[in-house]
Design a protein around this ligand. Structure first.
Ligand SMILES: [Zn+2]
Ligand SMILES: [Zn+2]
Ligand SMILES: [Zn+2]
Ligand SMILES: [Zn+2]
Length: 255
């Protein structure tokens, strides 16, 4: 995204990036949203989003950041189109320069596909130690490239790997099916847990035998949180599991 801005001499990409990210965070957007801020030759400010967010999103949320940057016009340069490559061998790439190697593999063995940014593991470190393969997020400059990769797969590490559309999920996103964090119900492979009582049923199937309330809180409810076992609803924002995840994000933004 580019904006034509009146920049003064105190322009600091780091300070500006952090203040923008903080503004988003304060509005409940779990970022970081902005990856970098640079000045172009024509003194435009170029704001690049992290691959979880699009320039479109930043434009839509102009009200959040417009007071922090002076500008006359904001326009979109190039959104990133992100995919997830599954079955990437952890043995070959679970090393420090793994992401760079993946960039190389994509470039060398998939003609016409240049990934942008740095690919990163979606599979946690613990799982990568235990599993033979994991998932990696890869960004392309155009939607056409991303769609082509989804359709034709990619060659990485000598194998043809499955590629799917990336759906961004913040670490604080809570699954409405199992009540755990970091995924949504459409991608949930865990058994259902009730948001109200932590039992093994869907929240919609929760039932009070006294007042016959179904799928909702009633005065007879003794709530229990599946994440921390305390007597509150699983989606209670004061839950220590939730605040811990949120705290980690916050420190990431403030570095
Ligand atoms: Zn789930
Ligand atoms: Zn229940
Ligand atoms: Zn009841
Ligand atoms: Zn809790």
């Amino acid at each position: 995204m580019t904006q034509t801005a009146g920049i003064n001499n105190t322009f600091s990409p780091l300070v500006l990036r952090n203040s923008l990210n903080k503004a988003f965070f304060d509005k409940g957007i779990k970022g970081p949203v902005i990856a970098s801020i640079t000045k172009s030759l024509r003194s435009n400010v170029v704001i690049t989003t992290t691959s979880d967010f699009t320039a479109d999103f930043v434009l839509q949320k102009q009200a959040i950041w417009e007071k922090l940057v002076s500008f006359q016009r904001a326009q979109i340069d190039n959104p990133w189109f992100k995919v997830v490559a599954h079955g990437i061998p952890t043995l070959n790439f679970h090393i420090e320069n793994g992401p760079e190697l993946i960039i190389d593999e994509i470039k060398t063995f998939n003609k016409g596909y240049n990934s942008i940014g740095t690919p990163y593991w979606l599979t946690s470190v613990e799982k990568r130690m235990a599993q033979k393969a994991g998932a990696v997020a890869i960004s392309f400059a155009t939607e056409e490239k991303a769609n082509r990769a989804i359709k034709n797969r990619l060659y990485i590490a000598g194998i043809s790997v499955r590629v799917v559309k990336y759906t961004s999920t913040a670490p604080t996103t809570q699954c409405t099916k199992c009540q755990l964090y970091g995924h949504i119900d459409q991608n949930c492979r865990k058994p259902p847990k009730c948001n109200l009582c932590a039992s093994g049923h869907y929240t919609t199937q929760h039932y009070c035998s006294i007042c016959k309330a179904k799928g909702k809180k009633c005065i007879h409810l003794e709530p229990k949180c599946i994440n921390c076992n305390l007597p509150h609803l699983a989606n209670d924002k004061s839950c220590e599991v939730y605040t811990a995840i949120k705290g980690r994000l916050n420190s990431l933004i403030n570095e």
